[in-house]
Design a protein around this ligand. Structure first.
Ligand SMILES: O=C(O)c1ccccc1NCC(=O)[C@H](O)[C@H](O)COP(=O)(O)O
Length: 218
């Protein structure tokens, strides 16, 4: 345990149903993500996301997620959905990400073999509120359901980071102990087997939260 007071934050991403959003808040999840990336199987329309945001419990963040979407579309989503945090998954630079007056997370592709240099990352995205270390390859979208080698997370990250990619109720405890992140992010791992992407499974959501709490108490 890093500190008796520390609590690993939890983000459930790729939400497509208001009931899943409501349950996430009741389970104690800190943030829910709405995906606007063009190619995503979990993409929702801004008005859908705005309706889901109404289902959010107080003190639960709404995160709007983009991947090389145009500036006008990001502005439209910001106006309609009123997210408290943005997340960028594409080739967006710091100037673009900071242009919307909201804090942002930058996704970092851990799917390649190269080492991650915290100093270079911070220099490239000086305005980032934090980073999301995800298992996809450079240029690829997230939501893959694939994990990366958590031993590749470097020490000395200069800002909060979330670990993402292939997390499930069965491995999130180990992922936390291995990386001691600010938070964890999951999409596929809390979804219902045999259902379309974006349909979450309440029992898997609950177990995921329980396993994060177990890691924090360990
Ligand atoms: O979730 C998607 O469909 C997606 C598509 C394109 C870019 C990003 C996407 N998701 C980003 C997320 O934050 C996911 O939660 C993250 O990649 C982890 O996904 P998973 O491995 O399915 O848990």
């Amino acid at each position: 345990m890093t500190s008796p007071l520390f609590r690993t934050r939890i983000k459930f991403c790729g939400m497509t149903r208001p009931g899943d959003v409501r349950l996430a808040g009741e389970l104690g999840v800190d943030a829910v993500g709405f995906v606007f990336a063009e190619q995503s199987r979990r993409r929702v329309e801004p008005r859908q996301a705005a309706a889901m945001r109404e289902a959010l419990a107080p003190m639960v963040d709404a995160v709007a997620l983009f991947m090389d979407n145009g500036k006008e579309e990001v502005q439209q989503v910001v106006g309609l959905v009123r997210p408290s945090l943005l997340q960028f998954h594409g080739d967006e630079d710091d100037a673009f990400c900071r242009a919307f007056g909201l804090p942002y997370l930058k996704a970092v592709a851990m799917g390649s073999d190269g080492p991650l240099d915290p100093l270079a990352l911070h220099a490239r995205y000086p305005a980032a509120a934090g980073f999301l270390l995800d298992a996809h390859a450079p240029g690829e979208g997230g939501g893959t359901g694939r994990a990366f080698d958590w031993s590749r997370v470097p020490g000395g990250m200069l800002k909060p980071f979330l670990v993402a990619g292939g997390l499930t109720p069965d491995n999130v405890h180990d992922a936390i102990l291995a990386t001691r992140p600010w938070g964890v992010d999951v999409s596929s791992g809390v979804e219902a087997a045999g259902e379309p992407a974006g349909v979450k499974d309440g029992a898997r959501m609950r177990r995921f939260v329980e396993e994060v709490r177990r890691a924090d108490c360990g």
